[in-house]
Write a protein that binds this ligand. Sequence first.
Ligand code: AMP
Length: 362
Amino acid sequence: MIAKKEIDKLLGSYDKKDIRIAAICSHSALQLFYGARQEGIKTVGICKKNNKERYEAFPLAKPDEYIFVERYEEISDHVNELAARNAILIPHGSAVEYIGKKIETIKIPIFGNRRVLLWEADRQKMLKWLGVAGIKTPKAYSPDDILGPAIVKFPGARGGKGYFVVKNTKEYNARIARELKAKRITKADVEGVVVQEFLNGVRFYPHYFYTPFSKDGFKCQDGRLEMLGLDKRIESNIDEIYRPLVFGVKAEPSYTVVGNAPVIMRESLLDEVLRMGRGVVDASFKLFGGIYGPFCVETIIDENFNITAFEVSARIVAGTNLYPTGSQYSCYIFEDLMSTGRRIAREIKVASANDALAKVVY
Ligand code: AMP
């Protein structure tokens, strides 16, 4: 892991009057560039030539400047160009995926505490984090002792792709043999498999933001926790599996995330959801020096209002793309139309003005 003081030194050399926001042109980049523009911060898009048209199509959400790459994995070859532009990289889902393990060593200031990205990438660590946060998680099964419906997940961020549900160990073994034969999975996948109790209920994905710079509102550590939005993921084809079934056509259920939809929850559930977010922040301080900025907890709520969480995303999530002009919750915190992208830009501005960028950047 690159030393914090090395990043602080680089950050210290930045021209504070010209800090820029950099993002890989994917995932939530439109929202990030648009939000930065609203806050008067210039942006740099790390972009594959073929993707430029996507951003040019949205003039208010295109980056001020592009750095072109052949493959996003190459970003570590461009750190000097980024530093020359006083750039802070925003780690979104695609950045985490493309940069991979290099996130530990890449010499560029990253918004938030980069240690959190290691905790979110490792399922065992992530479940420990949720446990320390006091949040209920699904039962974990050993593959040879599956007691009831279980969802089977393979290593790596796959957005639900390739997951399946089995009812017992016999079904598990048969399915694994089938998947291996069809080369849809490898032996390494099977070694890293997670078999989890299948939770029944409604999925809710609250979008949180922790800031150390504001105190009014929902108190958390030295600052406050903001609930900026809420979404539900749309998954193919489980969400619409009735469509072939009504014609008697058999379909293999799949859980691949293909989009997001806005949702609102019963107001009384907010207490627990806010406490859950606070728990995640408190635990992050106990375990690895804190989480700053946006994160999301992936939850399922049952008919008795019990909330169980199966994942933490320790960064901006794609579900926030629903709310570029603010959400059904952010309007109760900010007079301005506040997206998560804009909120990040605002935080960088506030931190910079208070000479405290190093607090929220690593
Ligand atoms: P994940 O990759 O963990 O974000 O999961 C992708 C999707 O799989 C989720 O959005 C859920 O629909 C489903 N899922 C994951 N874990 C569980 C679980 N323990 N019980 C039920 N559904 C789950």
